[in-house]
Design a protein around this ligand. Structure first.
Ligand code: ARG
Length: 286
């Protein structure tokens, strides 16, 4: 037994969340809009559905509420609800997709928000892929650009949502949305904490992240390569792809509880748990 004195593990407190999800009934990979997507590789839709169901059940078991939107035929990426908008304090900034293959999702999601408790709903005029690129830390909106969301959308988000925005430049096409390489672990306004993979960011953005989050968990290349940073934290439990073992260990050291899920089929489209999950923050009526 080691004689080293261990400091007591930090006690993290999770809070109950409300998530919007979309069943992957029509999920497939029929086009390529990110380097993960290979239409020549077969996709098992039933398996994707089973993995997605297990993810939704995991949220339920953790005490979270899952709201559902009906999937639409012909929109295979609609399962990635995170891209549908950004909701803070009941105000929703909708989505405008970069790629024509996903464009029609924005209106389906807009109708859902209007019917299910958006206090205010505004559609963006610039390309804006929702919470995939706009990540709320509890006090700041971290905003990715480089592949999908345009810098002008960052300014729109700041204006509409009334929150400070930090723009971050993504440089690696495998990490095309901010939520593929950055994970908000703790969104308490007083002590926000993130994990991220530095190589996915420009040198300037790495400096901004280091300055803004000196305590951040730095993810390794293997953690990033399984989309391990595409996790969902409630402040204590962090739902992660099961391959993200090093990240899981690093989070446990920081007092979090990793909860592993299998998202191998959804990853064929470049997605993970966070992509399938849109957090609904504030004044919902359902
Ligand atoms: N195939 C989808 C796309 O490329 C995956 C979206 C993943 N979503 C996310 N929030 N990272 O648009």
């Amino acid at each position: 037994m080691s004689s080293a004195v261990q400091s007591p593990a930090l006690t993290r407190v999770g809070t109950a969340r409300r998530y919007l999800m979309c069943p992957p009934r029509y999920f497939t990979v029929s086009y390529t809009i990110n380097p993960w997507m290979d239409p020549h590789q077969p996709v098992d839709t039933a398996r994707a559905m089973a993995q997605w169901t297990a993810l939704a059940d995991t949220y339920g078991a953790l005490g979270h509420t899952v709201e559902l939107i009906d999937p639409e035929p012909g929109l295979p990426d609609m399962v990635f609800a995170a891209n549908a908008g950004t909701m803070i304090d009941g105000v929703v900034l909708g989505a405008r997709f970069r790629n024509v293959q996903r464009a029609a999702e924005a209106e389906h999601y807009r109708l859902w928000f209007v019917a299910h408790g958006a206090r205010e709903m505004v559609m963006p005029s610039s390309v804006n892929e929702g919470a995939g690129d706009l990540m709320w830390t509890g006090s700041l909106l971290l905003a990715g650009t480089g592949f999908r969301t345009e810098p002008a959308a960052h300014a729109e988000a700041q204006d509409l949502l009334g929150v400070p925005v930090i723009s971050l430049q993504l440089v690696d096409p495998y990490y095309y949305h901010l939520d593929t390489c950055l994970l908000v672990l703790d969104d308490s306004p007083s002590a926000p904490l993130i994990a991220y993979y530095p190589a996915a960011f420009s040198a300037a953005s790495r400096r901004v992240l280091a300055r803004s989050f000196p305590d951040a968990v730095i993810a390794t290349a293997p953690d990033a390569a399984c989309l391990g940073l595409n996790g969902v934290s409630d402040g204590r439990c962090v739902v992660l792809p099961r391959e993200a073992v090093e990240l899981g260990r690093a989070l446990a050291v920081r007092g979090f509880e990793p909860v592993f899920v299998d998202v191998s089929e959804l990853r064929r489209a470049g997605g993970g748990p966070r992509c399938c999950t849109l957090e609904l923050r504030g004044s919902g009526k359902s």
